[in-house]
Design a protein around this ligand. Structure first.
Ligand SMILES: N[C@H](CCC[C@H](N)C(=O)O)C(=O)O
Length: 277
């Protein structure tokens, strides 16, 4: 299988051209392909595929083999690779994803600005149970596994996010708290988990435990969910810069759930090769 390795703020993916490789053949081996010792090593696999609704279709599989609805870091690399392959000519393209049709645009400075669509806030859309109807903003979640309670704000960007504001992000034991919350029964489809410290009025620090991938250096959808949660909690207005382990993303949102969130950040190709299936 020919592949190209891309990374976006250290969130790294094996990209596969779905016009040339059989998706089912590849996804059977997702875990071993993503293994950082026995395989190529990545947070997941992303396929470029034909679409009858948009220029192209993106499908993303986490390193544990589970398929996710969307990947914010991945769609930035997706746009650059699709352009490089000559599959698209325009700098702004439409991509069919599990979060709907989204629009990444390659900027002159090599960054990519993505129209990420609207955040989804209703409990049913996360999906999240046990919080009642409507949005989940700064509500208490009692985690049965560790007996701890958290103040959570939940946002879906097509995929579920549980955002928790903390006084000191560096002090959070993410590898302990993350998996407990990822698999908490309040989230029937599990959830990504973001721990967020506010550094200044429009600057946040976020660390993430990703559903199906564990600790990653950055999460694009999680960063959008983080800023949406900060705005919904009156901590931020208009958008913010977010510092992740792997670098910085810029997010814009006016706080109206009917309006789209925009994310701007980098994506770089690392190497390409052939993997023996
Ligand atoms: N682990 C995520 C998918 C990858 C999202 C993340 N890498 C991003 O950049 O948005 C999930 O299962 O919802």
């Amino acid at each position: 299988m020919h592949f190209v390795k891309w990374q976006a703020l250290g969130n790294d993916f094996v990209f596969v051209n779905g016009f040339k490789e059989k998706l089912e053949e590849v996804t059977k081996h997702t875990k071993e392909i993503c293994d950082r010792h026995f395989g190529i090593g990545a947070d997941g696999i992303i396929f470029v595929l034909p679409s009858d609704k948009a220029d192209l279709k993106m499908r993303i599989f986490n390193s544990d083999g589970s398929e996710a609805e969307m990947c914010g870091n991945g769609i930035r690399a997706f746009a650059k690779w699709a352009h490089e392959l000559g599959l698209v000519k325009e700098k702004r393209i439409s991509v069919e994803t599990g979060a709907g049709i989204l629009y990444p645009e390659i900027l002159d400075n090599g960054m990519v600005r993505v129209d990420m669509g609207c955040p989804h806030l209703d409990a049913k859309e996360i999906p999240a149970e046990g919080f009642g109807e409507g949005p989940i903003i700064n509500q208490t979640l009692a985690n049965e596994k560790n007996g701890k309670s958290y103040q959570v704000t939940c946002v879906s960007m097509g995929n579920p996010h549980c955002v928790i504001f903390v006084d000191d992000a560096e002090a959070v034991p993410v590898t302990e708290e993350g998996p407990n919350l990822e698999t908490d029964p309040h989230f029937p489809k599990k959830t990504n988990v973001e721990f967020v410290e506010q550094l200044s009025p429009n600057h946040l620090r976020m660390r993430v435990w990703e559903r199906g991938a564990g600790v990653t250096l950055a999460c694009g959808t999680g960063t959008c969910a983080t800023v949406a949660a900060a705005i919904l909690n009156g901590r931020v207005s208009g958008g913010a810069d977010v510092t992740l382990d792997g670098g910085q993303l810029h997010i814009e949102w006016d706080g109206n759930p009917k309006d789209h969130i925009f994310m701007t950040g980098p994506a770089e190709k690392v190497f390409e090769g052939d993997y023996l299936l």
